[in-house]
Design a protein around this ligand. Structure first.
Ligand SMILES: N[C@@H](CCC(=O)N[C@@H](CS)C(=O)NCC(=O)O)C(=O)O
Length: 204
């Protein structure tokens, strides 16, 4: 199996799940330039990571990849089989992927959306305010829980990856104690530590 990634970007969630399920995988680091070139576009026409190659099966889209890995290792319990528990994990996966990640795209890729410096600043400020509200929802959901879906799941590494972005982009979530404890819980985990080290992110 091969995982194409940019260090610290959303494939980190997949990388952590690979560690948690113990699936051997070759990590292939790519650059922002390479992912827009024909060789990579043949794997993912969207020119984005993650891309997972399992033999001749090429899979894109974080949610699909995370579910694929969890289903390949049902004993990991990272995607429960009981319908409501499973739906709950998918709810938080969708929250991470479709709500929080998409809003971060406005912060990271501002120039794609607006032209003037003033419009860019306004877009970043508004997107960061939206992110604070989104993270508040996650913080409240974590009250009295160790993991976002109530049990450890494929949603947790995604939420963790997004929390790292929040720090990098100075999204004001410092007072959210449940998220702070969650991040620490993840960083105490050996699989998370191994993934961070392989991406050159230890201590970052
Ligand atoms: N919907 C995709 C989004 C993937 C995505 O946005 N990947 C980012 C890194 S986190 C990327 O490759 N960005 C490069 C670009 O769009 O130029 C998924 O969930 O996998």
């Amino acid at each position: 199996m091969k995982l194409f990634y940019l260090p610290g970007a959303c494939p980190l969630a997949t990388h952590i799940v690979l560690k948690w399920t113990g699936q051997p995988c070759e990590l292939i680091v790519v650059s922002r330039k390479e992912i827009k070139e024909p060789e990579f576009l043949a794997l993912n026409p969207l020119g984005a990571v993650p891309v997972l190659k399992d033999g001749d099966f090429v899979l894109t889209q974080s949610s699909a990849i995370l579910e694929y890995l969890a289903e390949a290792h049902p004993d990991s319990g990272l995607l429960p089989t009981e319908p409501r528990e499973r739906a709950n994990v998918r709810r938080w996966l969708a929250f991470c992927n479709a709500d929080v990640h998409r809003t971060f795209a406005l912060v990271f890729g501002t120039a794609r959306y607006v032209d003037s410096d003033q419009a860019r600043q306004e877009l970043v400020d508004n997107a960061k305010a939206m992110l604070v509200n989104l993270f508040r929802v996650a913080d409240e959901a974590l009250q009295g829980k160790d993991w976002i879906a109530g049990q450890r799941s494929i949603a947790d590494p995604y939420l963790y990856t997004l929390l790292r972005w929040a720090s990098a982009k100075e999204v004001e979530i410092g007072t959210m104690q449940n998220l702070k404890a969650f991040r620490q819980r993840m960083e105490d985990d050996q699989g998370v530590q191994a993934a961070l080290e392989e991406e050159g992110l230890s201590g970052a």
